[in-house]
Design a protein around this ligand. Sequence first.
Ligand SMILES: NC(=O)c1ccc[n+]([C@@H]2O[C@H](COP(=O)([O-])OP(=O)(O)OC[C@H]3O[C@@H](n4cnc5c(N)ncnc54)[C@H](OP(=O)(O)O)[C@@H]3O)[C@@H](O)[C@H]2O)c1
Length: 345
Amino acid sequence: MADRTELYKQYSILSIPIWYLQKAYGVWQGPGPQLATTAVGAAATLLIVYKLASVAWDLIRPSTLQRYCHVKTGSWALVTGATDGIGKAYADELLNRGFNVLLHGRNPEKLERVKQELALKYPRRSLDVVVADASRTDYPEQIVAEKVKKLPGKLVILINNVGGVNTTPMYQTHEETTSANIDTIFNINARFPIHLTSALMPILRESKPALILNCGSGAGAFGVPYLVTYSGTKAFIEGFSRSLAAELMCEGLDKDIEVKCFTILNTRSAGNTGEMVFFTIDAIELARASLNKVGSPHVVLFGHWRRALQASMMGSLPENYLRKAMVPEMRGRKAAEEAAAAKKE
Ligand SMILES: NC(=O)c1ccc[n+]([C@@H]2O[C@H](COP(=O)([O-])OP(=O)(O)OC[C@H]3O[C@@H](n4cnc5c(N)ncnc54)[C@H](OP(=O)(O)O)[C@@H]3O)[C@@H](O)[C@H]2O)c1
């Protein structure tokens, strides 16, 4: 009598797929399928090598920022929201690299203070200021454009830095956010930069080659709770940057005007005082690293390698898991802000 195990093996439901697998294995051993498998393997290996090489090249590629410094006396860069944080750091680093800088802000006294501080540090460079409240809708960008026209030199760099969530409270549900706060967040992060870019485009085209550098955020890439309008505007800025770069290519102007959008995460500034071990960097580090990436073929990119590492770790999580992972952190931030406000009252 046949062994029970043998019988099970013979009639098991598994015997059917095994039979098909054996058949398929037999076919695969033929010369045609072997060649096809080798070709697919080689193509996949080449793709991985190409991807790794392009990541490595991106890390060591020399910056082409200096191609925008047309004259020895310094071409002009405009930095919006330049009185603090990342904007001030961009202004500092551009002066360091030989550019003159037009500082934009909303507070005339603070602008003058920052101007004096930077003028002392870079006595050979020229600095000027322009006051315009980016949260308004009565065309504040025109004030800036008029000032640019009066500069004693060519504007070659526009850094659309102004932005953030400067409303109180910072963390609130979308339902709780007042219409006035939605408008403020939308205007400084989206309306002002796109109108300013449009108003300055003829000037930048005239003074080619020129650079437009926009500030995106991890909030736009991942969608952060309690910062819904802000997150949306940052995703918008990334899309705007990609679209503008593509349009300049259609118009044959992509060599004349370079567009970059840096996805920023955890950078110490007036607007971000939170600390994330290893991943939080200083504004000046971010500004230097971003300016070093000018010339990269990518439009939307990470200014600093720690940013790229952090984002690729977050991006490798399944989307619903990433959302769940944000819940305790963001609930905690909202609760802490509410507790601090209650203590003050
Ligand atoms: N820090 C981060 O971790 C982080 C992360 C992601 C993205 N970002 C982006 O990076 C950019 C800079 O952020 P930050 O953290 O450096 O911000 P920040 O420290 O709050 O500085 C913002 C700057 O914009 C100015 N500003 C604010 N509202 C204005 C208005 N209505 N009109 C004119 N100027 C105004 C501020 O002027 P005052 O000095 O008068 O306040 C200040 O100079 C923003 O686009 C932000 O979304 C930052």
